[in-house]
Design a protein around this ligand. Structure first.
Ligand SMILES: [Zn+2]
Ligand SMILES: [Zn+2]
Length: 95
């Protein structure tokens, strides 16, 4: 047992409503389908951009939090990618 709804999604609300709307025949314990892989997941706020809400499975939510440019670690990763791209471009142009 844990907190009813740590994710901030819609699960806890719908579970207590017998005969309430069941979205898209989702399995019990899920409130949406992942926009990346289509697996059952949860509707929640974007880990990087708080204003954006989407649906992700636990796996892709973690991936998103890790790689998104707005996430702390994602920013670092993107800077690395950009830096290496610039380096590669300079190396390519230099002749
Ligand atoms: Zn997914
Ligand atoms: Zn949920």
């Amino acid at each position: 047992m844990g907190p009813a709804n740590k994710r901030g999604c819609r699960c806890s609300g719908s579970e207590k409503t017998p005969g309430g709307q069941e979205p898209m025949g989702l399995p019990r314990g899920y409130c949406g389908l992942c926009v990346v892989c289509g697996e059952p997941g949860h509707i929640r706020h974007h880990p990087g951009a708080g204003r954006f809400t989407g649906t992700w499975c636990d796996f892709h939510y973690r991936v998103l939090a890790f790689t998104h440019p707005l996430a702390p670690l994602g920013t670092f990763l993107w800077l690395t990618v950009v830096a290496s791209a610039i380096f590669a471009a300079r190396h390519f142009v230099h002749y």
